[in-house]
Design a protein around this ligand. Structure first.
Ligand code: FMN
Length: 192
């Protein structure tokens, strides 16, 4: 089955480390047959502060239109978020709040990132709630990426490749399971 999976990269900080985790996950996904994964870098998109959601704007900024189109074509969505003060970055929430129908009934795979030992577990709990609010659903599996600064090179290659490949496999297997189930259900509904 062909699946499109956008990866929303929620870190825009100078010297940010989360792109390493995003690149790692992008490679893991694209290595699977039929999967097309692509990073949506919020630093590059430069979305303005939210005035109103995309579907309620008759004058939407082009960056928001582009963001909406990329999320809409996703069969599942991955969020890569650093943990900031036990939460997720405000810039990520600003982006997520722009859309609504584009998320509906889609599985979310959550990848949280930290420079410390816990990999953003508190941020993960918050994102699980937020993704339910968006009208999608977080899959039970997650990928908390800890010690990101020293654990990955700039292209997202992990130092401990075997361990990270094992963790990523569990996460990706689960995400694709849910994505395939949902796509199949939507296909049956459209055909009926
Ligand atoms: C404003 C701010 C708050 C942070 N708060 C936390 C935190 O609560 N827990 C944690 O493990 N790391 C925290 N960190 C460190 C991040 O884990 C670290 O920056 C990591 O590299 C991932 O974020 P990045 O993509 O911005 O680099 C914080 C970093 C910043 C800039």
């Amino acid at each position: 089955m062909n699946l499109t999976i956008p990866i929303i990269l929620g870190s825009t900080r100078r010297d940010r480390q989360s792109p390493k985790a995003a690149a790692f996950v992008e490679k893991q996904l694209n290595a699977r047959e039929g999967v097309t994964a692509k990073i949506i870098d919020l630093a590059a998109l430069e979305l303005p502060m939210l005035e109103e959601r995309l579907h309620r704007r008759d004058d939407p900024p082009q960056a928001v239109v582009d963001f909406g189109a990329m999320v809409a074509e996703g069969d599942a969505i991955v969020i890569v978020s650093p943990e900031y003060n036990y939460g997720y970055p405000g810039v990520l929430k600003n982006a997520l709040d722009y859309l609504g129908p584009e998320y509906r009934r889609k599985p979310f795979g959550l990848v949280t990132v930290s420079s410390g030992p816990w990999g953003g577990q508190t941020c993960l709990a918050q994102l699980r709630l937020v993704t339910l609010g968006l009208g999608g659903f977080p899959i039970p599996a997650s990928l908390p990426v800890n010690f990101v600064r020293d654990g990955f090179d700039d292209d997202g290659a992990p130092v401990d490749e075997e361990s990270w490949n094992r963790r990523a496999k569990r996460f990706v297997d689960e995400l694709l399971w849910y994505a395939e189930a949902i796509v199949e259900k939507k296909r049956r509904e459209t055909a009926a």
